[in-house]
Design a protein around this ligand. Structure first.
Ligand code: MRU
Length: 356
């Protein structure tokens, strides 16, 4: 997708280094950062210079490439894999990518190992781009149907950033939106601000602006009243881990939107590539929910009138806060899952039909 008219991916391998767009600086500064070691990759994932389930998976894959470039001992690779998986707990793509790289490299002891790793990491990225593109084409049909009936601007609500910045290109939740826009369907997006790190306001709105898609940032609790007023035609969100029974773990606040959507007969879709499906875990209570630093709530970051990025505290110093980063939306609230293979019900049968 484009930034200032120029095509970018969110991560790429060039001259033996990995390059990323530093998302902690967006939307105020567009800065490309070099990741030169596996520790750099782990840090980029931890501090959310890269974020979003598919993108952290890709970063981990390149992290393994960097580990091999640093040290060719097996124990170094094993440790790198363990530390990459630990860097963020909830999004399953991270483990999926590390496992995929590890099994590709298992038993390879020759001097070809680095090239094999580079090719596999590149393949993970290419595959994600294709999956996200297909998600877009599949989701487009839903938007087209709404537009045919309504014959007016389609209002879509989204939460967090499941845009191209969270993937390699296209995004998951935003891909149907980009495809609809390319087909000249009038679209307007309600962008949940997504406290505390404001991925909606900082990232989703930013990328929609760059692609000239009309959008309005709303405080996280506004979705309910908009749905009651009939101002939301559909919701599309992403996911960090979807279980084989259709339960969806995503950015905290998704669950409340899904309940409001159900109460107001607003279709609620979740867009995901198959790399986000956790086929093993059976009970959503066992999904590790990341608890982030409470200062993400009490300290806000913005740009001052001189263009400097500043942090300010907004709470009493001695107030406690709890910062859970994700929640689980039970399958019963979800109208459908939009995947690279098609749209299915959020259920074991639905997912099995497409993937097994
Ligand atoms: O905490 P983040 O920003 O890494 O959260 C991940 C997300 O962007 C969302 O939960 C998203 O909707 C799923 S990733 C496509």
């Amino acid at each position: 997708m484009k930034i200032k008219g120029q095509e970018y991916k969110t991560i790429w391998f060039e001259n033996n280094t990995v390059k990323i767009i530093d998302q902690t600086k967006l939307p105020h500064k567009f800065q490309i950062k070099e990741i030169k070691s596996v520790d750099d990759a782990i840090n980029a994932i931890k501090v959310m210079e890269v974020r979003g389930a598919p993108l952290i998976g890709a970063t981990a894959a390149y992290g393994i490439v960097l580990a091999l470039m640093e040290n060719n001992e097996r124990s170094f690779l094993d440790n790198a894999c363990k530390n990459l998986i630990k860097s963020r707990p909830t999004a399953i793509n991270l483990k999926w990518a590390v496992d995929r790289m590890y099994s590709k490299l298992k038993g390879v002891n020759s001097n070809k190992i680095l090239n094999i790793a580079i090719n596999e990491a590149n393949d993970i990225c290419e595959e994600d781009i294709n999956f996200c593109k297909n998600i877009g084409m599949n989701g487009l049909k839903i938007i087209e149907d709404i537009y045919k009936k309504k014959k007016d601007t389609v209002n879509i609500l989204t939460h967090c950033n499941a845009g191209w910045l969270a993937t390699i290109n296209w995004g998951t939740a935003t891909s149907p939106i980009y495809h609809a826009h390319q087909k000249n369907i009038p679209i307007h997006v309600w962008v949940d601000e997504t406290r505390p790190r404001n991925q909606g306001a900082n990232l989703t709105s930013f990328e929609l602006n760059e692609e000239n898609i009309k959008n309005t940032i709303i405080a996280d609790n506004t979705g309910g009243i908009l749905m009651q007023r009939g101002e939301v035609d559909m919701c599309i969100v992403g996911t960090d881990r979807t279980l084989s029974n259709g339960d969806v773990c995503n950015k905290v606040g998704t669950y409340l939107k899904a309940i409001a959507a159900k109460d107001n007969n607003v279709p609620f879709y979740v867009a995901l590539p198959s790399s986000t499906i956790d086929w093993d875990l059976k009970d959503s209570k066992n999904i590790p929910i990341e608890e982030r630093n409470s200062e993400e709530l009490s300290i806000v970051e913005g740009i001052d009138k001189n263009g400097n990025i500043e942090k300010i505290r907004i709470y009493p110093k001695n107030s406690r806060s709890l910062n859970l980063a994700f929640d689980v939306t039970p399958a019963k609230y979800i109208t459908g899952l939009i995947t690279e293979k098609g749209i299915c019900r959020a259920s074991k049968e639905g997912l099995n039909k497409l993937f097994k």
